[in-house]
Design a protein around this ligand. Sequence first.
Ligand code: G6P
Ligand code: MN
Length: 441
Amino acid sequence: MKEKNLVIVGGGSTYTLGIIMSLIEEKKNFPLKKITLYDIDEQRQEKIAKATEILLKEHYPELKDFNYTTDKATAFSNIDAAFVQIRTGGLYMRELDEQIPLKHGAIGQETCGAGGMAYGLRSITDMIELVNDIRNYSNDAWILNYTNPAAIVGLALQKEFPDDKRILNICDMPIAIMKSYADLLEKDVWELIPEYFGLNHFGWFSKILDQQGNDLTNEIKNNIINGDFLPADKEIANDESWIQTFRKARQMLIDFPEFLPNTYLQYYLYPEELAKKETPDNTRARQVINGREKRVHELCDHIIFQQTTNDINVEADIHGVYMIRAAASLVFNLKETYVVMTENNGIISNLPADALVEVPAILTNDGPKAFSVGEIPAFYKGLIENQYAYEKLVVEAYYEKSYNKLLQALTLNRTIVHAPQAKAILDDLIEANKDYWPELN
Ligand code: G6P
Ligand code: MN
């Protein structure tokens, strides 16, 4: 395998250090000669980059080149893959996305409901610019996008770049859930083979098999219903919010026992209950600022102060490993199976052809080749079509600058439903996002 060049866009993200540690552990699977961090926020990136530099020097001596930059030409020239993890408006705007709907009694969440819509309308402009920038310098690079809300961003990219077959929208939630299944079964997560269908953050596992083809689905369901379902990956295992989120899978499974739910369905199935539980001055954004962000920045400061990583554990996380292995499968044509987003075109036969569905697919150097799912039952079809209409309306509203389509979108969204509530939330979001959103008609 020839070594590749990778750029991480959003180098200042709190996820970058975990990705770097995962790249170190995965160097045999995805050998690199060059890693570049790129961010528009020079200061935020610098802290992460300086720690990364030491980490790489000590644990990745084979790497010939590491740099960090805010210059597009330096970042995007001669690259084979880009991991894109940007957050337009930062955690500051994330907090508003969560607080504003809450003020009107609806759950605010970074990817679900009105918060997701607000974030989506902010992300689209930057993502389009970014893809154009990358393509300017590296026409054939694989772009792995996990910028949120991936469902909306992905649809917009599909509309803007219909012929670009080297953009892959991907999410780590299915594998993070599978890691918990693996723990329940006392197996390795990479031994599990998923059957999965839906939209991003809106899907279900219909089956989990092992490598020999044994169906483990009922064992998993019984374990969840009769026990406790918890986050297993080290990045989230001790996080109170993720613990509560995973626990909710039990309720979902008791109410709807047919398939194993993605954790994000909690926001759509129990919106009122979840909204009631939220505290406006301690929504998820605040928890991330006081939790993961603080932890990562302290770790960076420590590494930079010591000028060594001798006394820290270099450990991959499932998020990083998933992105890296998926990228390797695309770049090296390994034909391994991952759950990714791809244009439906009949994969789920009773859903619209242009929907961006999340399903298992073989990742080849000609892009993802999804397995056929066939028809899905009425309940799931109804839910997905409703959610897809919301997502599509948000993207159309972005292009048409349509207030009306946003109001339709929020009225369809299961976290809201009531038109007056949708209108009140929308009007507040417009005000809060006036530096980011297109001006609406
Ligand atoms: C999962 C999802 C991501 C999301 C993240 C939020 O990993 O797949 O799309 O960004 O959770 O986690 P946080 O800890 O920031 O709330
Ligand atoms: Mn995700």
